[in-house]
Ligand binder design. Structure first.
Ligand code: COA
Length: 261
């Protein structure tokens, strides 16, 4: 059965575009939408035809305007915890799918929307984007990783200001503080995301996956274990056909042709 709230385009140049599509609710994430995103990334992780993902929102106005407030309003404390754990699991699946995921932030990225963008590998925003963690305005705490990933991206002080005021920031400000990697006009957004994806995909797939994993391990476990993992990943990458091809191509002054093996 095809998903109701996301669209998955066939891969072009090994880049698949996943669009969250509940435009009448500004693409807010209810349980069904989260489940569909999770299934989509399960597919991304296991489909060798897919090298990278662009994740965006339907319509000109919103990437994702947050977790679904209607569902949250009705949730019991235990139910709310389940909602948070579900969202966290889905976003972690995105983060650990082994392939670069480019968030194309095409408007509001609020609450769960910003948390979703932060679980992606890099972020490109359109000039009309507004990014924020307004949960405290609703009497709740961010539940899909905002208290953890925001300080990692922008530092403790800036994260605290965003988390505690709940005020959104503009795309320009998000760029200034390192929350997004690029800001472009709305009509250039998907092209810019694709350009970044293709630059990454010109490189060896196993090296990309291990590099992302090494960054993740280091951030989670600290420098010592991060360095140990890095050395092991370095050794593992040296066992690939792509390492032979990459180094040989350099020595022969030609472009490498990677096979992902
Ligand atoms: N959950 C559920 N529905 C949402 C939603 C959310 N997070 N964000 C927007 N919607 C719905 C609105 O209720 C409205 O539905 P309706 O037409 O059935 O009433 C529809 O999307 C359009 O939103 P609207 O508020 O009318 O658009 P706007 O342009 O005036 O304002 C926002 C846009 C993003 C500023 C505003 O919708 C908003 O503040 N949303 C909530 C953001 C938030 O707090 N997110 C964190 C949740 S934890």
């Amino acid at each position: 059965m095809s998903p109701a709230h996301i669209q998955i385009n066939d891969a072009v140049d090994r880049v698949v575009t996943i669009t969250i599509s509940r435009p009448e609710k500004l693409n807010a994430l209810n349980a069904q939408t989260l489940g569909e995103i999770e299934a989509a990334f399960e597919g991304v992780a296991t489909d060798s035809r897919v090298g990278a993902v662009i994740l965006t929102g339907a319509g000109p106005k919103s990437f994702v305007a947050g977790a679904d407030i209607e569902g949250l309003a009705k949730a019991s404390p235990i139910g709310a915890r389940e909602i948070a754990l579900h969202g966290q699991r889905v976003f972690r699946r995105i983060e650990t799918c082994g392939k670069p995921v480019i968030a194309a932030v095409n408007g509001f990225a609020l609450g769960g929307g910003l948390e979703l963008a932060m679980a992606c590998t890099v972020r490109v925003a359109s000039t009309n984007a507004k990014l924020g963690q307004p949960e405290v305005k609703l009497g709740i705490v961010p539940g899909f990783g905002g208290t953890q990933r925001l300080p990692l991206l922008v530092g403790r002080g800036r994260a605290m200001e965003m988390l505690l005021t709940g005020e959104p920031i503009t795309a320009t400000e998000a760029y200034r503080i390192g929350l997004v990697n690029h800001v472009v006009e709305p009509e250039q957004l998907l092209d810019k995301a694709k350009e970044i994806a293709l630059k990454m995909l010109a490189n060896a797939p196993v090296a990309l996956a291990l590099t992302m994993e090494a960054v993740d391990v280091g951030l989670a476990c600290g420098l010592e274990q991060g360095l140990q993992f890095e050395a092991t990943a370095f050794g593992l990458s040296a066992a690939t056909e792509d390492k032979r091809e990459g180094t040989q191509a350099f020595l022969e002054k030609r472009k490498a042709k990677f096979s992902g093996k």
